[in-house]
Design a protein around this ligand. Sequence first.
Ligand code: ATP
Ligand code: MG
Length: 171
Amino acid sequence: MFRGYVQIYTGNGKGKTTAAVGQAVRAIGRGFRVFFAQFIKSKETGELIAFKSFGDLIVFKQYGKGFVFGKPTTEDIKAAREGFDEVTAAVLSGEYQIVVLDEINAAVSSRLIESAALIALIRNKPANVELILTGRAAADEVIAAADLVTECKEIKHYYNSAVAAREGIEF
Ligand code: ATP
Ligand code: MG
C-alpha cells in the first residue's frame, strides 16, 4: 500500500508552490487523486487553469482574499478556518492520496490557523495520505512533525530588480 509522508517547502526563495504543483502533476500521472488547497491567496493562476484539464483527478480550492497584512480580519480568519475544515475532511475521506496545503505556513504565521491544529492534522492523517505544506517561515514545531523539509533559499531574485510577478512564470 502507498505510504504517505509529510513534506514541507519553506524559505524565502522561489520554488515552494511550484514544488507542490510539480508533485501534484507527478502524482496525477500515476493515477493518484489530489486535493490542492491554497490558503490566503485568491488569484487565478496558471496551475488552477492547467489543473482543470486533469478532470476529477484533482480538486483545487482557494480559501482567502489575498495577502494578510498586520492583524487578520475576522473574514480572513473565517476563510482560513473553513478551508482548514474542508482540508481536514479531504484528508480523512480516503478519496485523495495527495493533499496540498499551499501557503499554510503563512496562514499559521499570520495567526489564521494555530500550529497545534496543523500538527493534529499531521498526527491524525491516514497512513496512505501524503501531506504537502508550503509557505515561508514554517513553524519549528510543524517542521519537527514533518518527514521531509526543504528550504527554498533566495540567492538572487529578480523582484529585487523590480521585475514584477509574471503570468505563466509566477502565476
Ligand atoms: P512559486 O509560486 O514561483 O514557486 P513561491 O511559492 O516560492 O513561488 P511565495 O512566497 O509563495 O513564493 O510568493 C508568491 C509570489 O509572491 C511570488 O511568486 C512573487 O510573485 C511574489 N513575491 C514574493 N516575495 C516577494 C517580494 N519580496 N517582492 C515582490 N514580490 C514577491
Ligand atoms: Mg507560494
